[in-house]
Design a protein around this ligand. Sequence first.
Ligand SMILES: [Zn+2]
Ligand SMILES: [Zn+2]
Length: 83
Amino acid sequence: MYENYKLESYCDICEAYVKENTKHCKHCNRCCQDFDHHCKWVNNCIGDLNYKIFMMMVTSTMLQFIYTLDCLYQNYNIIQYIE
Ligand SMILES: [Zn+2]
Ligand SMILES: [Zn+2]
């Protein structure tokens, strides 16, 4: 299982050997494995480890947004009906 851990990259800032695909995030000031991007909304790096959590968060936010829109739409209809 240690075959995946190829310590081929060196981070000058952390002064440590890191996996390939690891990039140093200037926002977090630490190395992030399989770095994708830094997300300011969750104030964290989105990489391999938390990518699934990130997708879940995005999906739940989208669902909440649709639900809110639906509620607003229904309320709008009710208001129109009353008037
Ligand atoms: Zn680093
Ligand atoms: Zn980051």
